[in-house]
Design a protein around this ligand. Structure first.
Ligand SMILES: NC(=O)c1ccc[n+]([C@@H]2O[C@H](COP(=O)([O-])OP(=O)(O)OC[C@H]3O[C@@H](n4cnc5c(N)ncnc54)[C@H](OP(=O)(O)O)[C@@H]3O)[C@@H](O)[C@H]2O)c1
Length: 287
């Protein structure tokens, strides 16, 4: 049962393979979603300073009835914090906003501030080292159990590996059928960095893709189930988002195996049209 499966991070900490995403949920919705998800068996929750729902997620974590140490709670240092002091202060602010003594993991949300994503070639190497040092210090101080990065390409990771002392525990990246960053996953694997797949259901844009639906039919599963299973079989921690308890439950029913042939077919699916969501920098848009 996937909800009970974990992976070991490079510092020995266990991370549940399936987590609940909370992007675009407001506080009250996020609080409810955390409580519902934990009831279903989820133990891993993904939020971010930028989502504006850390307070709601924190309330859900405190109210869900499962001991804190049995949960894996993650937030992200906002992409705009590219100096040590603002990153360090933001980590303390996250703990206080969430009402938690520690987080299981915090990661740098993006190597570039969102304003610069798809706009500029500046990869903010110095700023990312500064922000990452704040994460390292919070790790040493016991405020965090693991640290990592998100949206980092190989060069961004090489900068951290060359200039920081803790190898990132994870790299959280856009990964779904139609957008599989195989080279980056391989680079992560070679450096003992777990890849986390965000938007595993392509932000909902893949739901009516007929090629993917035909493969899902073969396995008698839904498109979201096939897409989630696909990311898990790439050895990625997988983070589907939903606030619908029925979807939470079926998204965790993925104990089937996609054949190597169908994995290859899914790898070859062409780019997905994200529709209105294309305006978000993570899907190619510019702020
Ligand atoms: N690090 C980053 O920069 C970054 C960027 C994007 C996302 N993320 C993380 O990854 C998480 C997931 O990504 P995402 O939010 O973009 O999208 P996603 O999980 O790929 O897709 C979410 C969409 O799919 C729908 N959905 C989910 N399960 C379904 C089901 N079983 N049946 C029908 N519809 C279903 C949801 O609607 P319903 O709510 O109606 O179920 C929602 O519209 C985020 O919440 C966030 O935690 C991180």
């Amino acid at each position: 049962m996937i909800l009970q499966e974990t992976m070991e991070l490079n510092n020995g900490v266990s991370i549940p393979k399936l987590g609940l995403g909370t992007w675009l949920m407001e506080d009250a919705e996020a609080e409810r979603a955390v409580i519902d998800a934990v009831k279903i068996g989820y133990r891993h929750i993904d939020t971010a300073q930028a989502y504006g729902n850390e307070a709601g997620v924190g309330r859900g974590v405190r109210a869900c009835g499962v001991p804190r140490e049995d949960l894996f709670v993650v937030s992200k240092v906002a992409a705009e914090h590219k100096d040590y002091d603002s990153a360090a202060q933001s980590i303390d602010q996250t703990l206080s906003t969430m009402g938690l003594d520690y987080l299981d993991m915090m990661i740098i949300h993006s190597p570039q501030p969102w304003m610069d994503v798809n706009q500029s070639d500046d990869r903010f190497f110095e700023g990312n080292v500064e922000a990452y040092r704040a994460l390292e210090d919070a790790l040493r101080a016991g405020k965090l159990r693991a640290i990592g990065v998100s949206n980092f390409q190989q060069g961004d990771l090489e900068n951290i590996l060359a200039n920081c002392s803790v190898v990132p525990q994870v790299n959280q990246v856009l990964c779904h059928v139609g957008n599989t960053p195989l080279h980056l996953i391989e680079f992560d694997n070679d450096h003992n960095i777990v890849t986390e797949a965000y938007s595993p259901v392509a932000h909902g844009a893949i739901l009516d893709n007929s090629t993917v639906a035909a493969i899902a039919d073969k396995y008698n599963v839904s498109v979201p189930q096939l897409c989630i299973r696909y990311c898990l079989q790439l050895d990625c921690v997988t983070l589907p988002k939903t606030s619908n308890p029925a979807h939470m439950a079926t998204n965790a029913e993925v104990d089937f195996v996609i054949s190597p042939e169908d994995m290859s077919a899914l790898e070859s699916v062409g780019a997905i049209d994200y529709g209105d969501a294309s305006a978000f920098p993570v899907y190619g848009g510019k702020l």
